[in-house]
Design a protein. Structure first.
Length: 56
């Protein structure tokens, strides 16, 4: 059991958790918001064109 604990303690970075920075999280959130907006705009365009098709 001590071997496993020592292994994990050696792998741990000293003082850093290796996580994402605040800037990275904000940039990803902005990209997701832009992607959602783009999908919404495309869906609206497709729906408008589909409604304009005449089946007569």
């Amino acid at each position: 059991m001590n071997r496993i604990r020592d292994f994990f303690l050696r792998r741990r970075t000293h003082g850093r958790d290796g996580g994402y920075t605040t800037e990275t999280v904000l940039v990803i959130a902005l990209l997701v918001a832009l992607a959602v907006g783009a999908v919404g705009a495309i869906a609206t365009t497709v729906q408008n064109r589909a409604e304009s098709i005449s089946l007569d």
